[in-house]
Write a protein that binds this ligand. Structure first.
Ligand code: GUN
Length: 290
């Protein structure tokens, strides 16, 4: 069983980004990412701090705007519109989920699509579906880079994506049916209403698990030799650990490792890739906008 570690993929990607950022700086341009966080969701705070750290390490300017959960829809939309029209800003990310009462779609609609480094704007979603250039959703595009790095092709293979979220499942499914060695899969999208999920998974040469339920997919469901991409990042309580919890994926690693030919570790792959692609999308935006 091959462990598909994210670090070598991220290291290669960051090396390329550093030289592109240097070239931009020689022209007097510093890529600039803005992250907007509304409310006090604890996981979101951790993600936002990580994005800020990644940006600073690469020499990307990073601004984090924190607002209370009581912020109005109109004020949030006005804030995003202001960033959209600010020529110094290249990337705009509004951390999801927003507190109850705020309409995420209407906020995303206010992001200039050329600055939509999350790839959430309907224009970028459409471009991705059509396999035309645009900002691609970070997690699914990161998964494609992992497959590419490790020489895993999907053409002609049976792929199952478990989950149909706007952030992961839908864009992942679209990428896997693009034409090319990293697409051309014969695809099934499974979700919470899928009957007999285990038998659907057993058909797959490539399994992408993006359900958000700890260790939900069992090794016994897998076809021997399957490649498993685990998108899940779930905290589960574990009193024996100093932190009191551990992070596990959507796949039960202990049973999957005996059946799969390759598997992404959690933590240590897809989460790192998501962060790296966000930086890459920010540099793309800075290059296109300047
Ligand atoms: N919440 C969880 N993942 C993401 C992401 O990739 N982007 C944003 N904006 N919010 C998230």
């Amino acid at each position: 069983m091959q462990l598909l570690a994210g670090k070598p993929v991220v290291d290669a990607l960051r090396a390329g980004l550093l030289s592109r950022i240097q070239a931009l700086k020689e022209r007097g341009i510093t890529p600039c990412l803005t992250v907007t966080l509304v409310g006090d969701d604890p996981s979101s705070h951790i993600y936002v701090n990580a994005k800020d750290k990644d940006a600073k390490e690469l020499g990307i300017e990073s601004h984090t705007y924190r607002f209370p959960a009581t912020m109005s829809q109109a004020d949030l939309e006005a804030h995003v519109r202001k960033l959209s029209s600010d020529p110094k800003v290249h990337g705009i990310l509004v951390q999801s989920p927003l507190p109850k009462g705020l309409d995420e779609s209407r906020v995303v609609d206010c992001i200039d699509p050329t600055k939509d480094v999350d790839g959430f704007h309907p224009q970028n979603v459409g471009l991705l579906c059509l396999d035309r250039p645009g900002h691609r959703s970070c997690t699914p595009w990161g998964v494609i880079q992992v497959l590419k790095h490790y020489g895993i092709t999907t053409a002609g293979k049976r792929a199952v994506v478990i989950g149909r979220s706007d952030i992961v499942g839908r864009p992942m499914a679209n990428l896997l049916i693009h034409k090319g060695a990293l697409g051309d899969a014969t695809l099934t999208v499974a979700h919470s209403r899928t009957a007999d999920l285990a038998s659907v998974v057993r058909e797959a040469d490539i399994v992408v698990a993006a359900i958000g339920k700890p260790e939900f997919v069992k090794g016994s469901w897998l076809k021997p030799g399957a490649v498993v991409i685990d998108v899940g990042i779930n905290r589960v309580e574990d009193a024996s650990l100093p932190k009191g919890y551990k992070v596990v994926g959507d796949v039960e690693f202990s049973s999957a490792q005996d059946v799969a030919s390759a598997i992404t570790p959690v933590p240590g792959c897809v989460g790192l890739m998501t962060r790296a692609i966000l930086m890459s999308n920010t540099v793309d935006a800075a290059e296109r906008l300047s």
